[in-house]
Design a protein around this ligand. Structure first.
Ligand code: ADP
Length: 227
């Protein structure tokens, strides 16, 4: 069976103006991300990884081209519509966890579900299941400051997928962790992807982790190319 395309970049252009000249970051970038796959985005700093993730996640609009989420073309949609699609279909994980310090791990994972209108009991149940999946259930009642870096990132991943998005976009999610911890966090993420049919695009400098993913892509001359 061919997995559906969760996210598609079509001829994406992104330029920044730099004085009189334009800094061309993406120049007709094409890319497809399928359900159930993990793809590593490996490229040197400054080549446009974060830019690509922001555009793919509808946080930024491209200067040209289109992004399709679950087959829906987003280029001409209003900001409100794009925000609605982003909230329901995309999960983000960053290098630093950005968990809310006043709340427990469990509450942090419940939060996006409550905002999306789910009842408390249901949100709690799903949050507990996700923490269990990320092998962090035993720390559910702890606040982020009481968790290790690897534990915090596992909670951040659980939170990112709390509303069952189609795609998870991660910018150096293990960049701040030691290699063993990074491996452990990645294994938990990969198991989640496999089990849920989620699609994951993960920017990383860690070549060992990149090699454990289904595919590797880079950015060359403003285009996405397979490695
Ligand atoms: P990466 O994530 O691969 O390190 P980025 O996507 O953050 O790369 O940035 C790509 C390039 O675009 C860099 O040279 C960066 O300085 C530049 N850039 C990023 N955002 C802006 C902006 N808002 N204005 C001008 N230049 C930017």
């Amino acid at each position: 069976m061919i997995a559906r395309v969760a996210l598609e970049l079509i001829g994406v252009e992104r330029h920044y103006s730099q004085g009189d000249s334009a800094l061309k970051i993406l120049t007709g970038a094409d890319f497809s991300l399928h359900g159930g796959e993990t793809v590593a985005l490996v490229a040197p700093s400054g080549t446009g990884k974060s830019t690509l993730l922001h555009i793919a996640g509808l946080l930024e609009r491209p200067d040209g081209g289109d992004v399709k989420v679950n087959g829906v073309s987003c280029a001409d949609l209003s900001d409100d519509r794009r925000t609605a699609i982003r909230r329901s279909e995309i999960g983000f994980v960053y290098q630093f966890h950005h968990l809310l310090p006043e709340f427990s791990a469990l509450e942090n994972v419940m939060m996006p579900q409550l905002i999306a209108g789910l009842g408390k009991a249901e949100a709690r149940e799903r949050a507990a299941a996700l923490l269990d999946y990320m092998r962090i259930a035993h720390r559910a009642d702890h606040r982020p400051s009481e968790l290790s870096g690897g534990e915090q990132q596992r909670v951040a991943i659980a939170r990112a997928v709390a509303n069952a998005p189609l795609a998870l976009l991660a910018d150096e999610p293990t960049g701040n962790l030691d290699p063993d911890t990074a491996g452990y966090v990645f294994e938990a993420l990969k198991a989640l992807v496999r089990q849920s049919g989620l699609a994951a695009l993960i920017a990383t400098h860690n070549l060992h982790l990149a090699n454990l993913m289904d595919r590797r892509v880079t950015i060359e001359d403003g285009k996405v190319v397979e490695l």
